[in-house]
Design a binder for this molecule. Sequence first.
Ligand code: GDP
Length: 340
Amino acid sequence: MDKEEEYVKTLFYGLMKRERGMLARAITLVESTNPKKREQARMLLSQVLQYNKGLMAHSVKAFSAFRIGLSGPPGAGKSTFIEAFGKFLTAQNHRVAVLAVDPSSSTTGGSLLGDKTRMPELSCDMNAFIRPSPAKGSLGGVTRTTNEAIVLCEAAGYDIILVETVGVGQSEFAVSDMVDMFCLIIPPAGGDELQGIKKGIVEVADVVVVNKSDGDLVAAARRIQTEYISAIKYMRPRSQVWKPQVLRISSLTKEGIPDLWRMMQYFQQCMMDSGELICKRSKQQETWMWNYIRDHIMECFTTHVGVKKMLPELTRQVLSGLITPGAAADKLLKEFAKES
Ligand code: GDP
């Protein structure tokens, strides 16, 4: 066995032994863009997937972890919620992993999400694992590595995985494509303050959580809850067995959190019993494969010698209207099809 294989084996057994340090190193490996490390990452993932397959064959409960996506505009109280919810879950002997998806962190020079200052108590909890978003990469790259990080967390024995997004770009939609349940967290405010919510994101939510329903804000929270309940009524249902719910909670007083968790467990049960969860996960695997392909082709395309040479001039011609975008794309694709 060479050194590379040895390292993969060490990581694999570290995951099996539920060592947090090894999980962190394994995630760093899948985030790497170095071709050698990518090869090691592929080896590790295939060992893990093989192992999971074996587990699934023996276990009545077909899924090793409950994957929950959390999204909402900045200031909605996501980190306060994750801290409160995470502690609530670890107190019930769950092992909770928190992953963040923040493709914008490449421009802000480092991730703002998932760090220790945002969730001080949870980050000290032995049954929790918090991982900030990879600091660089395209949305495609970040979501691919998050997908892989989910698999690694499951292998390390985390039974609840929270995937948090910052309200930027299309990351919410990408996250809704990699979880079992998608949760939109909103503050008790209307109009301008809710502008951070992407159009269409409510349609993909399985539950809308109105946070900060405490003190003077209870009346406003009730109003928003009613508004969302009636908005959801008119949306086309995405599931045969689940109607999206709107709940009020307070991450400060923790009121409503046990009800929310009960509802989430009920959701998971309904989705499992009906077979929808299996279908959803299979479709997500397919999406994951296509993301891989798209990412890889784009990388090959943009690094292709001939394409690189022709691209600046053709772009200039497109910008000045000398050539149509379609004709420019044809020329580039023809060049790409040649051997480089
Ligand atoms: P994020 O940007 O979505 O992660 O939001 P934060 O968790 O940082 O919260 C933004 C602000 O809202 C902070 O000042 C929190 O203390 C406050 N906050 C969060 N949850 C609650 C809550 O349940 N009730 C009240 N009253 N304030 C909250």
